[in-house]
Design a protein around this ligand. Structure first.
Ligand code: IPE
Ligand code: IPE
Ligand code: MG
Length: 249
């Protein structure tokens, strides 16, 4: 197994304060492509390369969970050609990458309203999750057809059904119950939320889970992201004082 502590130290990072869970809003593919006179899909394909660089860089530095926003529940409103291109890219990417992810013992997880995706993607995702479910080194979590509000709605539906069936007393529902009914109850909340391409908004990503995440926005567009940009983000994270509402001297 690679020595993640040595890799973190060599990168100028404190190996004791690597964020356990990093979440990324991978934005700016379209702008990156436009700046080069290319179409938006070209930017998404370069974004795929950036994603794989980032997955392996995060793993090498000792990050335990990496969640990325691949397609939002609002992204269906884009032109059909772009939506179809993105779905095709995701299928191609997972088919192309799953062997290497498995060799590196990376657990792959998908969340969102997966049942609304084309059957080929649903089958690919189910198979990828099955093949890697037993790994506990690093989890690579892709949010696809994901919306933070939709995730809360889906949790509320399950909780309401339990109340209706008298399996749950509404007066006992607490924050842990909500967390336990989100898409990935075994993942800790993100410590660090990165957004590329400069926009200062959440765009419906992990609304519940980012309650106390440290936010880092970089102007660089997603296709230019990779190990160096990730290290910069973690360096900035390591300067932050996390207070969780308390007084920290
Ligand atoms: C992010 O890049 C990728 C997805 C949302 C799928 P964009 O496509 O949003 O790029 P910009 O924001 O238009 O530059
Ligand atoms: C968020 O980016 C969604 C993903 C990165 C998949 P968007 O580009 O869709 O967000 P807005 O529209 O700028 O808020
Ligand atoms: Mg965008």
């Amino acid at each position: 197994m690679p020595d993640t502590r040595a890799a973190a130290e060599a990168a100028g990072l404190n190996p004791d304060r690597i964020p356990v869970h990093i979440a990324i809003i991978m934005d700016g593919n379209g702008r990156w492509a436009r700046e080069r006179g290319e179409d938006r899909l070209f930017g998404h394909w370069e974004g795929y390369r950036a994603l794989m660089r980032t997955v392996y860089a995060a793993d090498a530095l000792g990050v335990r969970y990496l969640t990325v926003y691949g397609f939002s529940s609002e992204n269906w409103q884009r032109p059909k050609e772009e939506v179809d291109g993105l779905m095709g890219l995701m299928l191609f990417a997972m088919q192309a990458e799953i062997d290497e992810l498995e060799e590196n013992q990376i657990r792959v997880l998908f969340s969102g309203r997966i049942h609304e995706l084309i059957p080929e993607l649903q089958e690919e995702f189910a198979s990828d999750m099955r093949r890697t479910a037993h790994f506990d080194r690093m989890t690579f979590h892709l949010a696809i057809n994901y919306g933070g509000r939709a995730e809360i709605v889906d949790a509320v539906r399950v909780l309401a059904t339990k109340v209706r069936d008298e399996a749950l007393d509404p007066n006992t529902i607490d924050e842990c119950d909500i967390s336990a009914h989100l898409y990935c109850p075994d993942l800790p909340d993100p410590d660090l939320l990165i957004r590329t391409a400069g926009e200062l908004r959440l765009s419906n990503f992990l609304l519940w889970e980012t309650a106390y995440s440290e936010i880092y926005v970089t102007p660089i567009c997603w296709p230019d992201f990779g190990r160096d940009a990730l290290i910069l983000a973690i360096q900035e994270y390591q300067k932050r004082i996390r207070k969780f509402g308390k007084v920290v001297e």
